[in-house]
Ligand binder design. Sequence first.
Ligand code: KG4
Ligand code: ZN
Length: 341
Amino acid sequence: MITKQEQIILGIETSCDETAVSVIKNGTEILANIVSSQIESHKRFGGVVPEIASRHHVEQITIVFEEALKEAKVTWEEIDAIAVTEGPGLVGALLIGVNAAKALAFAHNIPIVSVHHIAGHIYANRLVAELHFPLIALVVSGGHTELVYMKEHGSYEVIGETRDDAAGEAYDKVARTLNLPYPGGPHIDRLAHEGEPSLDLPRAWLEADSYDFSFSGLKSAVINTLHNAKQRDEEIKSEDLAASFQESVIEVLITKTLKAAQAYNVKQVLLAGGVAANKGLRKRLNEAFNESGIELIIPPLSLCTDNAAMIAAAGSIEYEKGRRADMKLNGNPGLDLESFS
Ligand code: KG4
Ligand code: ZN
């Protein structure tokens, strides 16, 4: 039973290869968080195939909806708003979620709140702990690597971003070079723990005052190292290569995050995005922030990869701010985080 003062948000996420619906209470409490993953269907292609993703979303969305509402034990009358990912993502995939939101909003006379996918990843942290501002979020996903400064709820300033590949993209490409299945991040993470970071791979620090990242040089260095060893008939242990690659990624991510957190004098640092599931990154971030006096929040693995609870959590703040979308809402594959603020 939901009381009138409580805020109930239904979340929808279909930007890539997970069909997800959630219900959350008061912006922080998960009543249901159902995720239907399509990873198995994309694996044999070595990456997400947009047409297949859209088709799966169409097949799954109603089933996922019914399951979420049943688990949350809420009725349509109790739902204050529908929060849906507007972008960025695959346009055909986004459209399924956006159109589901519009149909349900129209049928049940409920407002729609559009949400930026990365804002969602950041707000996964509010399902773990209350946020204290100013804060910095390290966003590391398949499509993004960003340091985001937030002075208050719903305000996003990108102070650093990747100039080429995202961290997750580099993980997936290196994994493919090592003939590991898609998505490669978790496989590299596992191998890295079985090997030694014994190979000398580059770290792209860029200009001294820059919080930007670059991972394409590292990715090429991994490919060249493997290629050269093959030509010389030398054997390189995949475990050592994975460990050396991971060490390089983690060292740059943590050094820049710590520096930014101190320079901006923040109260909290949040970790967000699919790569936040990385065990090495989680452990080393904990160690790095342990004595810094800055609180570090890391969501559980289930909230790091794409889900709709994080979309509802970001939507809850946007709903309070008065943000509303109408029936003209469209999927926006290139939606910008700062202009979404
Ligand atoms: O945030 P996400 O689910 O999708 C996007 O919004 O992009 O992130 C997916 C990315 C993939 O590149 C995947 O390989 C990576 O997160 N990933 C990991 C780990 N688990 C997932 N990368 C490194 N270590 C992991 N344990
Ligand atoms: Zn994501």
